[in-house]
Design a protein around this ligand. Structure first.
Ligand code: HMG
Ligand code: MG
Length: 302
């Protein structure tokens, strides 16, 4: 496998986003105890990062209204990170009041999506993030940054790669230790995904980049494979292929974590996750949500 000069991606870090991205789009409220159980089951599979919840406005995303109860209820495992989404200082303060030590801020490369998702232009969003990053720095809180709509926008269609590079670079310069590049509506294909990643890697070190694919058009695993070949070593995924954004209508779930683990095994890349335990967790979640798993691997395994 070819890698960028300064990157070795023989070991891949999976960022599990199921409890947040996976559940945020669920119409029926999932019980707080089930959310806590999901996070604890995922952490027990060997996943080193489990994005737990989102301290966003409950008016915008009712499913995440119990963020504080969920976070506080998790019996945290040593060595596992539990980042949470934070859109503004109010979210930051709510998160800190229950002891959060890692957050993720989320911006977009498309003006229209930024407005729809967080009610701010891109410039306004960066202004809004600045005091959050300042507070996080003061408190020793790690900050990850998302850039959404990196391969297309539900409102404006094409998104120039230069905009993705600009926003990713800005978030990194502001202090985000890692930038996750999100194909929010799952329209990307491998060559485009790789070209977008490489363009960003021209300005932000590859080692500080992650990829985040939704699977609307069935391209997510292929996109991840192409980006691994380009040298990325952090991949976001959601157990059972759950997920979607309430402000990106028609977008389907994230790439399934089970499918990523199977891919990494096939490529001979280390990840530290117990696939059987992950599959069992995916099946348990399917029973909670009352529907079949979206993970091909989960459905195929006896
Ligand atoms: P706004 O309406 O402009 O905010 O929303 P506001 O400051 O005017 O406040 C409005 C009300 O919300 C007020 O309450 C605030 O107190 C409250 P009221 O006075 O009316 O009773 N409020 C809050 N409450 C709790 N926690 C907070 C908070 N902030 C305000 N943090 C805002 C702006 C950013 C808050 C809103 O747009 C929002 O919460 N958006 C989040 C949308 C969201 O969560 N989307 C999904 C996550 S992003 C995603 O899925 C993409 C990703 O996966 C990557 C990819 O796939 O590309 C990350
Ligand atoms: Mg997402």
């Amino acid at each position: 496998m070819s890698t960028a000069a300064t990157v070795t991606n023989d070991v891949v870090r999976i960022v599990e986003v199921g409890p947040r991205d996976g559940l945020q789009n669920e119409k029926a409220l999932v019980g707080t105890a089930d959310k806590i159980a999901l996070i604890e089951k995922l952490a027990a599979t060997g996943l080193g990062t489990v994005e737990a919840t989102a301290f966003v406005s409950p008016k915008w995303v009712p499913q995440m209204a119990d963020a504080a109860e969920v976070y506080a209820g998790v019996a945290q495992r040593e060595g596992v990170r539990y980042p949470v989404l934070v859109p503004n200082l109010q979210g930051y303060e709510r998160a800190r009041s229950v002891g959060v030590t890692e957050i993720a801020i989320f911006g977009a490369a498309s003006e229209a999506f930024s407005k729809a998702n967080i009610n701010a232009s891109i410039a306004e969003s960066l202004e809004r993030f600045a005091p959050v990053l300042e507070a996080a720095k003061r408190d020793g809180v790690a900050v990850r940054g998302y850039v959404s709509t990196v391969l297309g926008c539900p409102y404006q269609g094409e998104v120039p790669v230069a905009e993705v590079v600009r926003v990713a670079k800005a978030l990194h310069a502001m202090g985000c230790y890692e930038i996750s590049l999100g194909d929010t509506i799952g329209v990307g294909t491998p060559r485009k995904a790789r070209a977008m990643l490489e363009a960003v890697a021209g300005e932000v070190p590859m080692a500080a980049l992650a990829v985040h694919f939704h699977d609307t058009y069935g391209q997510a695993v292929a996109n991840v494979a192409a980006c691994l070949e380009a040298g990325v070593s952090v991949v976001d995924a959601a157990v059972s292929g759950t997920g979607g954004c309430p402000y990106a209508k028609g977008a389907s779930g994230n790439v399934a974590t089970e499918d990523i683990v199977y891919l990494l095994d096939g490529l001979g890349l280390a990840h530290g996750v117990d696939l059987d335990a992950l599959i069992a967790t995916g099946r348990w979640l399917s029973s909670v949500l009352g529907r079949d798993s979206m993970s091909k691997v989960n459905r195929a395994k006896p």
